[in-house]
Design a protein around this ligand. Structure first.
Ligand code: COA
Length: 385
């Protein structure tokens, strides 16, 4: 029985800043941000948005009356959750009209959370073929104004329905993983912004990739030429390239060039949205499926990395006819129809938040799901009808 991703959805906030304008405001050569880091635009979430509302937006795009009642497992991977106790998934139960007979919970391991969720979903569906799983990655990447990480911020969510006989991607149960206690990136519970040893995290990321890639090849007797495409966790678009570059000179040049060409297609959306943390790898998958010249039955390698740190390489196969199940034009249209805001306006939004006893005015809401109120420190959410 084939198990894998049957539907894929993506949401990013409707506001963004231009990275050249950010560079100018920070007195930095724009080429550093656009070429050295590899970003063009950065999503800016509104004050009424958070990991819950974005998860709801993304999941709403893949749920329908045919699949909703088949869902038996809901997992949200996030490192920007709003509550230390209540899982993001609990808020989604009524926002998305999910059936009550599901296991719904949240997973945290930095940018690796969604991959953990996806692998659990794979096992769940393999054991319960008549059921489906909903896996969501939702995050706001916040480093802080005028920090080195600011250029690598972003926000958004990716949703996946995992089922038997999937229409988009078959997972083939080939996987290697590793975990180690590493101080490359962390966000203590008191802090709304992350702390990062940026250059160290680059080194660990590349080291995890090379270690896992060697193990993957040994375990499955495969090489880079067995894969048409390699997808990477993309906190900023230059980062995956640092890992891919380790293959330059190690594999036939024509195949390396093909992998680079496909990588360029996989980063188009991230370049215009920024870091989705745990959704980044899956935004890369969507970007490749939408923008690449994808062949039926194409073999993909996916490298997932979460600081702290966990890494995993697994493989998958594109299902012929996947394009009928992915609304590429709608995704592109949503990205093109966003509103550019100025750097000072972004700085204002960045420092604003709904206070306890605060209520969001409906006329300020430009999305379907929103944080409507904070009452006795409890966050309450609503859907615009
Ligand atoms: N034109 C073109 N490229 C330029 C440039 C210019 N004018 N000026 C600098 N660059 C290049 C540098 O050569 C460097 O390239 P390299 O990484 O290939 O060596 C790149 O731009 C970044 O420059 P650097 O001086 O290293 O930037 P920085 O000290 O501001 O730090 C990060 C960059 C990514 C480390 C920082 O943004 C950060 O900490 N980000 C968050 C960490 C993160 O995302 N971690 C991932 C967790 S998985």
């Amino acid at each position: 029985m084939d198990v894998g991703i049957d539907r894929l959805g993506f949401y990013t906030p409707k506001k963004y800043i231009d990275i050249v304008e950010l560079a100018e405001a920070r007195d930095v050569d724009p080429n550093k941000f656009t070429i050295g880091i590899g970003q063009s635009k950065q999503a800016v979430p509104d004050v009424y948005q958070d990991a819950v509302t974005m998860a709801a937006e993304a999941a709403d795009k893949v749920l329908d009356d045919d699949n909703r009642n088949d869902i038996g497992l809901v997992i949200v991977g996030t490192e920007s959750s709003v509550d230390e106790s209540k899982a993001t998934s609990a808020f989604l139960m009524d926002l998305l009209d999910l059936p009550e007979d599901v296991r719904a919970f949240e997973i945290k391991e930095a940018c690796y959370g969604a991959t953990a969720g996806l692998q659990m979903a794979y096992n769940f569906v393999a054991m319960n073929p008549d059921k489906k799983a909903l896996v969501i990655a939702s995050d706001i990447a916040r480093y802080g104004i005028k920090t080195p990480g600011e250029v690598t911020q972003g926000a958004g969510a990716v949703s996946m329905i995992v089922s038997q006989n999937p229409h988009i991607l078959k997972l083939d149960n080939k996987s290697v993983y590793m975990s180690r206690n590493v101080g490359d990136f962390w966000r203590p519970t008191f802090s709304k912004t992350a702390f990062a040893r940026g250059k160290y995290s680059n080194e660990i990321y590349v080291e995890f990739f090379t270690t896992l890639w060697k193990r993957f090849q040994e375990k499955y007797d495969m090489t880079a030429e067995d894969f048409d495409t390699m997808l990477f966790h993309i906190p900023y678009t230059k980062m995956g390239m640092k890992a891919l570059r380790t293959l330059d000179g190690q594999i036939p040049a024509a195949h390396y060039d093909k992998l680079v060409e496909h990588y360029q297609k996989s980063i188009e959306f991230s370049r215009n949205v920024g870091n989705l943390y745990t959704g980044s790898l899956y935004l890369g998958l969507i970007s490749y499926l939408v923008n690449g010249n994808v062949q039926p039955d194409e073999k993909l390698m996916l490298f997932s990395y979460g600081s702290g740190a966990v890494g995993e390489i697994y493989s998958a196969e594109v299902v012929a006819g996947f394009d009928k199940y992915l609304d590429s034009e709608f995704i592109k249209e949503e990205l093109n129809n966003r509103q550019k805001i100025s750097v000072p306006d972004y700085e204002t939004i960045f420092s604003e938040e709904l206070e306890n006893a605060g209520i969001t005015k409906l006329e300020d809401v430009h999305d379907k799901f929103y944080l409507s109120e904070i009452k006795e420190s409890e966050r309450l959410y609503k859907k615009v009808n």
